[in-house]
Design a protein around this ligand. Structure first.
Ligand code: ADP
Ligand code: MG
Length: 695
């Protein structure tokens, strides 16, 4: 079965809409996040203007948007350029001035011939006791009344796309919405009092009251539920399918593990032991392991990953550890090297930078099995990298990769065990949607002896005082990170800010100041990082490249400039770079006021708690829909209609629903099953459906 014909109109390109040319199509595509008519239909109005107020001129309240039928009277062209052009209009009850600034005279004369009956719509304000309408939103003939006198949805816009144009496009797109078979379970549907899909999508574009804009309104809730159901069904289908692929049961003797545990300067925490035994159990079972290891910054995921990899090595297989950055790959390699040497295990580190002969040699070692553990960036899963016998893939700091990439990875390496590690705890709902195909182990305990990081809020005007304090701290041997503000979508601007700060700090800290940023070549980055690790630098000025994973236990101060611009999870992640050794650590959050409510709540949450799981939930709560873009960029939000900060309960229901569906109708072959396939196509989960064909 391929995509039902019913859906075809929704999957046509935006240019298929009347009045939309290639140029506008491009702009709209950028605005709505996709090239299809369906993407446009999923673009949510954020407000509306009610133009339904009628009555006559004398009845209009101040500040109200109205639609009136009036007779055009005298024109009063502007005497000077910066004065307005006025047109007097009237009905039986009184007169109304239409006011135009910088308007073209010809246009006004043509639109508003004296003596003509016209419909005007716009906001009426009283000026010196007389009603006037500045720049009417709409002008028309009496017969246009019905099309003007309506509730007009207001959409988020972009340069070059007006609300009027978007309304026109969406009205045209609405005509293409097909009736689709109902995929909701009958009783649940009835209980929720939700409209059918077509009606829901139509209502979505015609809010008539504040209630209709509420994410829990019947139309919006239904659409969100559909999206969540498609997500949960996909994850469960993928999961069932993955489990069907034969895994291999490993024989874990734990001999290597004992060697390493004996060499470690610490004991594993209870949480680490628990997670490891869950991993051991998975790996020794014949089914594949598909497991998520969730742990806060500094909770010790690396050693857990290392011991899991030794399970594979012990059984004569290879293990791979994939990191999101080269810095992190090198760092893991350096940390693990002495331990692996202790166990007599051979590891190689492969990154995109390795070229020519070195690379050839490494590839050969991976191919013939001489390399038992392979650490690196995504380079380790490129086409030309062939493994002798890969048993386990560990993906570190997964949130930089999407679900899709994970699926590709595991379909390329059939039967291997998979362990995914998140950089920070993520909210329960997000875990369910992004990792719903995985089992979860949690490191909810930190290694003993960590002192809480002291977190201080500081207005940026106090920077000089802070620098003095830092001077004292560094003279006593402390090392500090100094993170520069995040400016959305512009690495260049980030860079300029960081370079400027670097120059300023250099005046105080001289040659012991370093700078690291995303535009540097990897060897340059490494060199700076190594100097910081070795203690040749006191201050490391950085853009957010240091966000993920870096471990320098001697660093005890973290300064974050413009902390109000960072998300909560990101701040937590940054703060987690300090407090890793035995010494008291500090985190200074510099902010530029005045702070908005959300920013205030974010910063004070951070000051109150260091529990990553608590912070993750709070973060989700505080993210309004406005933050969705950030989520999307990080690969975390794949949702157009659902908002996890409000649709958590719907998600739980969708999860249960999906489970029940697949237990009763695993191949989606019943009537409802077929309707559900349409749902999956609607949300482009074609891959899940492909599994039914492949068996
Ligand atoms: P993360 O979970 O952020 O990846 P790491 O694996 O980098 O954390 O561990 C942070 C630090 O804690 C490392 O220096 C590591 O050696 C240390 N560590 C890990 N487990 C323990 C433990 N059980 N007891 C003491 N220190 C530990
Ligand atoms: Mg880590």
């Amino acid at each position: 079965m391929s995509r039902p014909f019913d859906l075809d109109p929704l999957f046509r390109a935006l240019v298929a809409l009347p009045g939309v040319g290639p140029r506008n199509a491009k702009l709209i595509e950028k605005l709505v996040g996709g090239p299809k008519i369906l993407d446009l239909l999923f673009h949510a109005p954020v407000d509306f203007v009610d133009r339904r107020f009628k009555g006559n001129i004398s009845e209009v309240p101040n500040g109200r948007v109205v639609t009136l039928e009036v007779v055009v009277g005298k024109h009063f062209p502007n005497a000077r350029k910066n004065l307005p052009y006025r047109v007097s209009c009237s009905d039986d009850s009184g007169t109304l001035s239409l006011v135009f600034f910088h308007a073209k005279k010809d246009w006004i004369v043509k639109q508003l011939p004296e003596g003509q009956r016209v419909i005007v719509s716009g906001r009426v304000d009283y000026f010196q006791g007389k009603p006037q309408m500045v720049h009417p939103d709409a002008l028309g003939k009496p017969e246009d009344r019905a099309s003007i006198e309506r509730v007009e949805p207001i959409y988020p816009l972009t340069q070059g796309i007006t609300n009027k144009l978007l309304n026109k496009c969406i009205a045209a797109a609405e005509k293409m919405i097909p009736d689709l078979p109902e995929w909701l379970e009958e009783n649940y549907h009835a209980r929720q009092k939700w409209p059918a899909w077509k009606e829901a999508l139509t209502n979505f574009h015609h809010p008539e009251s504040e209630k209709d804009l509420d994410p829990l309104s019947p139309a919006r809730a239904r659409l969100a539920y559909d999206e969540l159901l498609a997500n949960q069904l996909t994850l469960l289908i993928v999961r069932d399918h993955q489990r069907l692929i034969e895994g291999r049961s490993l024989n874990i003797s734990k001999v290597l593990r004992e060697k390493i545990l004996a060499a470690l300067p610490f004991q594993l925490t209870v949480a680490q032991q628990r997670s490891l035994s869950e991993i051991d159990e998975d790996m020794s079972k014949p089914a594949r392991m598909l497991r998520l290891l969730q742990g806060d910054v500094g909770s010790g995921k690396t050693i857990v990953a290392c011991l899991a990899m030794l399970n594979a090595v012990e059984s004569g297989k290879q293990a791979a550890l994939m990191t999101p950055t080269e810095i992190l790959a090198r760092q893991h390699a350096d940390t693990l090297a002495p331990l692996l040497r202790e166990a007599g295990v051979r590891a190689v580190t492969l990154t995109g930078r390795d070229k020519g002969k070195t690379r050839e040699t490494m590839l050969q070692q991976i191919r013939n099995g001489a390399a038992q553990i392979i650490i690196g960036t995504h380079a380790i899963f490129q086409k030309d990298v062939q493994y002798d016998d890969l048993g386990l893939a560990v993906i570190d700091e997964q949130h930089r990769f999407g679900v899709q990439q994970r699926l590709e990875l595991s379909s390329k390496n059939k039967g291997i065990d998979l362990l995914v590690m998140t950089a920070t705890p993520i909210p329960r709902t997000l875990a369910m949607t992004a990792y719903g195909d995985l089992d979860v182990s949690k490191l909810d305990e930190k290694p003993p002896g960590r002192k809480p990081v002291e977190t201080l809020l500081l207005p940026s005007e106090k920077m000089d005082t802070l620098i003095d304090r830092l001077k004292k701290k560094t003279s006593e041997g402390s090392r500090a990170y100094w993170v520069c503000p995040l400016v959305e979508e512009s690495e260049l601007v980030d860079l300029a800010a960081a370079e400027e700060r670097f120059d300023i700090l250099k005046q105080t800290f001289g040659e012991r100041t370093g700078l690291i940023h995303g535009r540097m070549k990897p060897p340059e980055k490494d060199a700076v990082m190594e100097k910081f690790i070795a203690g040749h630098l006191d201050i490391l000025v950085a853009t957010t490249v240091i966000e993920v994973g870096v471990n320098v236990p001697e660093a005890t101060v973290m300064v974050i400039e413009h902390a109000e611009r960072f998300g909560l999870a990101q701040l937590h992640q940054l703060r987690g770079r300090v407090g890793r050794g035995g010494d008291q650590s500090y985190c200074f959050l510099l902010y530029s006021g005045p702070l908005g409510e959300t920013a205030k709540a974010r910063l004070s949450t951070l000051r109150e708690t260091e529990d990553g799981f608590v912070i993750a939930e709070k973060d989700l709560q505080l993210r309004g829909a406005g933050d969705l873009l950030g989520l999307r960029q990080s690969g975390m939000a794949e949702f157009r209609l659902a908002d996890l900060s409000v649709h958590g309960e719907l998600l739980a229901a969708a999860r249960d629903d999906a489970k029940l569906i697949l237990s009763r109708d695993p191949r989606l072959a019943t009537e409802r099953g077929r309707a559900l396939r349409t749902l999956l196509y609607l949300f482009e989960r074609d891959q899940a459906i492909a599994y039914f064909q492949s068996g």
